[in-house]
Design a protein around this ligand. Structure first.
Ligand code: F6P
Length: 303
């Protein structure tokens, strides 16, 4: 996100605009928590995880009067264009503000990679790197002790973190909300592995399916193989971002400002076939995220 904030700020300054950073998302917007951003304000942020502007969840932003107040605050501060970084909830808010006459552009920022219109969202690649790093470490102990490890990763409705990290980290089994699974499938993998003299296993489980502890208990009970569960949690939402995320942040931020300069509004930026694209917010949100079946098949066939 910081790479995107930096790119938005510097592209805008390059084009002679003034830039205000809004702290704590829509909450800060409504409360007028604005601060001027200069070239120096966004120095040395590329290597930082999280967001220098802080973040907050604001459920009441779905209320019409709160949205109107936000638009009013933006007018008071003389803001002519707004760039919102976030997921579907943030984009819904951006859409409402655009409808209230504020030129608004959305940048996809969520580790879940759960937005259908773009192949990647900011933070996803870094989160996958974090998971793979954790898997490497867990595999060391799992191999030494000849155990099965069940690792639960983030992703509420979308199994992309589990899928990508599973393929990069060599998981024996990937369990995601998009595909039904039965505990018997996991047991089968372990029993078949035993015949091939395999003694340690890694099962990657998406948060949307959940129940890592319970699954570990069941695997141990049925197979007799010692099994441990690890829930990686918020470790996935921090740390120095990957190069890919930084480059994507630069491209998204730059394009968002270009769109505002072109007088565009109610649009989101994204990436498809290695090209930066933009589209209408409603159209983007109406698209249904498709699970990458091919990648899943590859992961299973080579596991
Ligand atoms: O949407 C991103 C995400 O990291 C999800 O994967 C996870 O379920 C959720 O946020 C966690 O949210 P919180 O930090 O509010 O508990």
């Amino acid at each position: 996100m910081n790479a995107a904030i930096r790119a938005v700020t510097r592209t805008a300054l390059y084009n002679g605009l003034e830039v205000m950073g809004i702290e704590r998302g829509y909450l800060g917007l409504v409360n007028g928590e604005f601060k001027p951003l200069h070239k120096k304000s966004v120095s040395d942020v590329l290597n930082k995880g999280g967001t220098i502007l802080k973040t907050a969840r604001m459920d009441t932003f779905s209320q019409k009067e709160v949205q109107e107040r936000a638009a009013q605050v933006l007018r008071i501060f003389g803001i002519e264009g707004l760039v919102v970084i976030g997921g579907d909830g943030s984009f819904m808010g951006a859409s409402k503000l655009a409808e209230l006459g504020i030129n608004t552009i959305g940048i996809p920022g969520t580790i879940d990679n759960d937005l259908a219109y773009t192949e990647f969202t900011l933070g996803f690649d870094s989160a996958v790197d974090t998971v793979v790093d954790a898997i490497n470490k867990i595999k060391d102990t799992s191999a030494s002790h000849e155990r099965c490890s069940v690792v639960e990763v983030m992703g509420r409705h979308c199994g992309d973190i589990a899928l990508y990290a599973g393929i990069a980290g060599g998981a024996e089994m990937i369990i995601v909300p998009e595909r039904p699974y039965a505990i018997d499938d996991v047991v089968k993998v372990i029993l078949e592995g035993r015949v091939q003299d395999k003694h340690h296993y890694l099962i990657l489980l998406a948060e949307g399916v959940g129940g890592a502890q319970e699954m570990a208990r069941e695997i141990q009970e049925v197979t007799g193989l010692e099994t441990r569960a690890t829930v990686l949690g918020h470790i996935q939402r921090g740390g120095s971002p990957s190069s890919m995320d930084r480059i994507l942040g630069a491209q998204f931020g730059h394009r968002a400002v270009e769109l505002l300069l072109e007088g565009k509004s109610h649009r989101v930026v994204g990436i498809r076939n290695n090209q930066i694209i933009d589209m209408d917010i409603h159209e983007a949100l109406a698209m249904e995220k498709k699970f990458d079946e091919k990648l899943f098949t590859i992961a299973m066939e080579i596991s």
